[in-house]
Design a protein around this ligand. Sequence first.
Ligand code: 9Z3
Length: 371
Amino acid sequence: MAPEVHDHTGSEVDGASEYFKNNPDPKQLSKHESLAKEFIQYHLETDSERRIAIVTSGGTTVPLERQTVRFIDNFSAGTRGATSAEYFLQAGYAVIFLHRQFSLLPYSRHYSHSTNCFLDFMDESSDGRVLVAEEYQSKMRRVLKQYQHAKSNRLLLLLPYTTVTEYLFELRSLAQLMHPVGERALFYLAAAVSDFFIPLDRMEEHKIQSRGGGKGQGSSTKLVIDLDPIPKFLKTLVDNWAPKGSMVVSFKLETDPDLLVSKAQQSLHRYQHDLVIGNLLTTRKWEVVFITRHDEHWIRVPKARRSKSFSGVADMVGLADTKREPEQPDLEGGTVTEGMEIEALIIPELKHIHDEVIAERRSNGGALISN
Ligand code: 9Z3
């Protein structure tokens, strides 16, 4: 069962609470809660300074039927989340990775899915043994060592979800379980979460039929889908679920460069959390913007380190920058050297901000450590 969520006056909270009342607990929830509880407890006991990041990753589905054949989904493969999780681990965080089932995972992402099929990294030796091909040895050894380090030190917990409802239940439970971690808790909300859903009482039980009446007779009919907005869970997370003093970082995704900064600022203003990281669909692998109360700060992979991307549009880099700052000159001289992941820049910067947030919240008194 999910822990009960109350606001400061003790009553259950607004649209979000209605949502949780009207939807059943996901089947996996209590198992995931036990795993998360154990994970958090282990780190509280073994290292009193250990920070724990909840990293959310991948898309969410919106089922159209209770016995789900069809669902609405989105583009996210979970690259941002899986890559970020690796850099959080490198920065000394323990990570709870709340991810869309079958989306990319930390470490294995280097060798999975169609773009990086693991078989392409392998060879057969003259005596018939299967080996990692010579040219991939050093990278694979590096990835393997990092993976084994995370695993043997119990630093990474993988929790899968599929639907938007499962995602919200899981996030609520995790936030509650993180209370003893206080200001060392960091929420990094990179999952691409649907803004709409079909309430259970309006959802068909069985597969929606393409021909009227379900008898295979008649002509095809239009399918009109009527979706409700998902309640603003970020507000509830910040105000009620997350431990007091914890740091909450959300992502804002836009496609229109003219909207990105203002939408990200709006989100920060509305939810009053610590940081919004804005990104455009077409440039997200090369640039992001950090929006804080006082600042718009762009982080960009240097031109010479930008790897190619199928979906990316290089000419759009810089278009959403409201200050229109000129690009940093390339030290390497403009030829594409080894690609750099933008998360290698995002996470160290975030850790630095988290250092400051912790110092400030500690100096404001221990009362903030847990609510
Ligand atoms: C993001 O903006 C992520 O960076 C991406 C990562 C989903 C673009 P990929 O998985 O993509 O690496 O392919 N995530 C948050 C998107 C989102 O739904 N934000 C909500 C909004 O924009 C706020 S919680 O309203």
